[in-house]
Design a protein around this ligand. Structure first.
Ligand code: NAD
Length: 279
């Protein structure tokens, strides 16, 4: 029996709470943190307190972000994102709860989304709260520091093994808020920072009206996503997981499919649509 058939049965006729992680976007070229092959290049992500309190850490964050942003900013949704948008169009879910910060669900056409950890496409001023598009911040970084390819070369020279901790040095300049001159931060939740309460409450409301749970491409190592699966298990909801490799919640799940989101989800969607006569 094809495991996707079991997942179809788990989701059919249900209102499905969908929780997504970085594994949904690896097929769009954005690496995850804890997939097969990623552990050896995992780095310690910046902590909120370090970013807030240390200008050198902020400089380092923004220099690396300036080099990394073009790849994230130009990434395109893959079949998994499009299948999840189809879930919403068929009325199968109250919405997508994503731990991703890449904006690819919107690009695929999803409308009801909670971006649990915020959005990289925005930059927020820590003093006045003004929001600026990340693309605009990139232009301002380039106008202060020169073209990004030059910066990338300079940083690669600082990291001869090509994958070491890099320090752009004190010459790198970080733009301030255009409105008040305050410190800017990407509008994402850093490690050591809390997810805003109203975001979490909306997820719990969606979970309360759901009758099944689908986890896609998340190791569930991070508690802010894991807690919803835990709550679903307490409510005895059926839980399906589509993930390459193990997750923290495998023991709570009704069904675990060790497969690629971009393959499993389109197949799931087309079978669910067919079972409702909407092919
Ligand atoms: P994670 O890296 O801990 O886990 C991702 C899981 O997805 C891994 O188990 C991996 O094996 C699996 N996976 C990889 N490719 C897959 C595929 N094609 N199909 C199915 N599974 C696949 O990710 P997480 O649980 O989301 O936690 C990481 C944290 O880092 C999140 O809080 C997130 O905000 C952040 N993050 C976001 C992005 C993004 O926005 N795309 C990328 C990296 C990290």
């Amino acid at each position: 029996m094809n495991p996707v058939d079991d997942l179809v049965r788990l989701c059919a006729g249900q209102r499905v709470f969908v929780l997504v992680g970085a594994g949904c976007s690896t097929e769009s070229g954005i690496p995850d943190y804890r997939g097969p092959g990623t552990l050896q290049r995992a780095r310690n992500p910046i902590q909120y307190r370090a970013f807030i309190s240390d200008p050198a850490q902020r400089r380092r964050y923004w220099a690396r972000s300036a080099v990394g942003w073009p790849a994230v900013g130009s990434a395109q949704p893959n079949p998994a994102h499009r299948a999840l948008a189809g879930f919403e169009q068929l009325g199968l879910t109250p919405g997508i709860v994503t731990q991703n910060v890449d904006g690819l669900h919107q690009a695929a056409g999803s409308r009801e989304i909670v971006e649990l950890h915020g959005a990289l496409r925005e930059v927020i001023c820590l003093r006045c709260g003004a929001i600026e598009p990340r693309a605009e911040m990139q232009r301002r970084i380039e106008s202060l520091n020169g073209p990004i390819p030059d910066l990338a070369r300079q940083m690669a020279a600082l990291a001869p093994d090509g994958d070491a901790e890099i320090d752009p040095g004190s010459s790198f300049q970080v733009p301030d808020c255009r409105t008040c001159g305050g410190t800017l931060k990407p509008n994402v939740v850093f490690f050591g920072e809390n997810v805003p309460r109203e975001r979490v409450e909306l997820c719990y409301r969606w979970l309360a009206e759901s009758t099944a749970v689908l986890v896609v491409g998340s190791s569930l190592t991070v508690f802010s996503g894991y807690r919803f699966v835990k709550r679903a298990h307490e409510r005895a909801l059926p839980i399906g997981i589509v993930n390459l490799g193990p997750t923290r919640a495998d023991a709570l799940a009704t069904l675990c499919i060790d497969g690629r989101a971009g393959t499993v989800l389109p197949s799931l969607l087309s079978q669910l649509a067919r079972s409702r006569g909407e092919t």
